[in-house]
Design a protein around this ligand. Structure first.
Ligand code: BG6
Length: 490
């Protein structure tokens, strides 16, 4: 049997997409809370009231202009404010995870639940106790927490006070937050991830086409700050509890050349270096890679560093490497007419693959390839901490019960589990698997509820209507069998 004993089967969510309770018990806001719902073809916006009192919808990453204030507008819906109400229903969800046999549950700590504006000297006790209760209950149920320290939810107060991660001061605020987490949850949590999909900042400017030299300068600089913050978190985590394992988290779509034209091969490799390896290499090897100079020179980037920065990176290397894997992309230097679109899906269409309803290439063999290539490169344990199929689900009433028949999801997951099995048989040290959105939650890319990933269905639609009741999908029973048989019964 390929899957080792003790393999960590589970599922994953993030605070901002799962919890809701956005302004309860002292929690402060983050950008997601003021981000509207969208669809595959219509973007999400952030909203504010400008200095003259005029309501404004602006691009998701837009800064707040002087004199403006963040605001919820009457004609907009903000799906993350309620999300799937995990803040009140987490116990019921943990019970369902335990029923499926989860060994691990990946979740994140909402930074602004602990530090409402990010600048406070002391944490909000209600926030601290919320997560303590949850971790304690999970452990009682035999579920190990795997905790992401930051999952796209820097407190808005830090944007306002210091302008976000472009400002070096963010490192100190992050350090205060993570130190609190490591101290408060010592003994309750042993597996930590520092920053979710840290490399998204780079792939996003690629994807948004916002590729001015200034944009690259700002992105590489903010990444430098995040690398330092992450490296310090690793050191603090180890110092507080030698049993802590602290990992990185990289968005890891496989990238292929479209043809065997050497120019395509090189372009695909360069894209991989920029979008995936750059961040992983710094966090695993503790130093900037050789090709960083080429990437920086291409956009005249000069990173401002302090004298000890490179030592901090070298001393804060991660214990394990985790990544999300949903799809693959194709890169070419040639003109192509058959292209794909959809959030995070770019470039030429791959004629060998089929695509999800949201335009993402479904590519299980790409996961095997990723696992083998990444393990060969890094030689530290890996974990697949996000994977899954975002799909439309339909609830049917059968024998007085609500059911969701989702063979498409089972099929997707089965093929990806097999890909992991082969990679393990080929020598990869894989610790675990936490499919994304194990309970339905708000899509990060589009803000939709109808893009569902879960084993557990949540009655909530894209306008905020629904009872929020949970029901088990067919995939729930499939995953339960998969876990019980340690991956043998698929
Ligand atoms: C990853 C993120 O990018 O992909 C998650 O870490 C996100 O937060 C997931 O939800 C799936 O993307 P989407 O757009 O379908 O929610």
């Amino acid at each position: 049997m390929a899957f080792p004993e003790g393999f960590l089967w589970g599922g994953a969510v993030s605070a901002g997409q799962y919890e809701g309770g956005w302004n309860e018990d002292g929690r402060g806001p983050c950008r997601m809370d003021y981000t509207t719902g969208g669809t595959r073809t219509s973007p999400r916006f952030v909203t504010y009231v400008d200095a003259e009192g005029k309501p404004v919808k602006a691009g998701r990453e837009a800064p707040l202009p002087a004199g403006a204030r963040w605001a919820s507008l009457d004609d907009c819906y903000y799906p993350n404010q309620v999300a799937v109400d995990g803040y009140h229903r987490w116990r019921e969800d943990v019970d369902l995870f335990a029923e499926m046999g989860f060994k691990v549950f990946r979740m994140s700590i909402g930074w602004s639940r602990l530090f409402p504006t990010g600048t406070e000297a002391e944490p909000n006790r209600a926030g601290v106790e919320f997560y303590r209760e949850m971790f304690t209950y999970m452990r009682e149920k035999g579920i190990e927490p795997l905790v992401t320290l930051m999952h796209f939810d820097t407190p808005l107060g830090l944007d306002e006070a210091c302008g976000g991660w472009g400002n070096r001061e963010l490192i100190d605020h992050f350090v205060r937050f993570v130190t609190t987490c490591f101290l408060e949850y010592k003994g309750l949590v042993h597996y930590w991830l520092t920053i979710n999909e840290i490399n998204n900042a780079l792939s996003l400017i690629d994807f948004l086409g916002n590729a001015s030299d200034e944009g690259y300068q700002a992105t590489y600089q903010l990444l430098h700050h995040q690398f330092l913050a992450s490296a310090k978190a690793v050191q603090i985590g180890h110092a507080i509890d030698a049993d802590n394992k602290v990992g990185c988290m990289i968005a890891s779509a496989a990238t292929y050349p479209h043809t065997c034209d050497p120019a395509d091969i090189l372009a695909a490799e360069h894209k991989r270096q920029e979008n995936a390896y750059y961040c992983g290499d710094v966090q695993v090897f503790g130093a900037y890679p050789t090709y960083a100079k080429r990437l920086w020179d291409a956009h005249d980037v000069h990173i401002k560093m302090e004298e000890t920065d490179l030592d901090v990176l070298a001393e804060g290397v991660v214990d394990f490497y985790t990544f999300s894997y949903y799809n693959s992309n194709v890169v070419t230097t040639h003109e192509v007419t058959d292209t794909v679109g959809g959030n995070f899906q770019v470039g030429a269409r791959n004629e060998y693959l089929t695509y999800s309803d949201w335009g993402w290439a479904m590519d299980p063999m790409g996961l095997q390839w990723q696992l083998e290539v990444l393990y060969d490169r890094y030689q530290i344990p890996l974990m697949v901490v996000e994977n899954g199929l975002g799909a439309f689900d339909e609830v049917v009433e059968e024998a007085g019960e609500k059911r969701v028949h989702d063979p498409y999801r089972i099929d997707y997951l089965r093929q990806h589990v097999r890909a992991m099995e082969t990679a393990i048989a080929n020598g990869v040290d894989l610790w675990g698997y936490t499919p994304w959105g194990c309970v339905d939650l708000v899509s990060m890319g589009t803000g939709e509820m109808r893009k569902r990933y879960g084993f557990v269905y949540v009655d909530m639609d894209d306008e905020g209507k629904g009872t929020l009741d949970r029901c088990r999908k067919d995939s729930f029973w499939w995953y339960q069998r998969c876990i019980a048989s340690n991956g043998a019964e698929l």
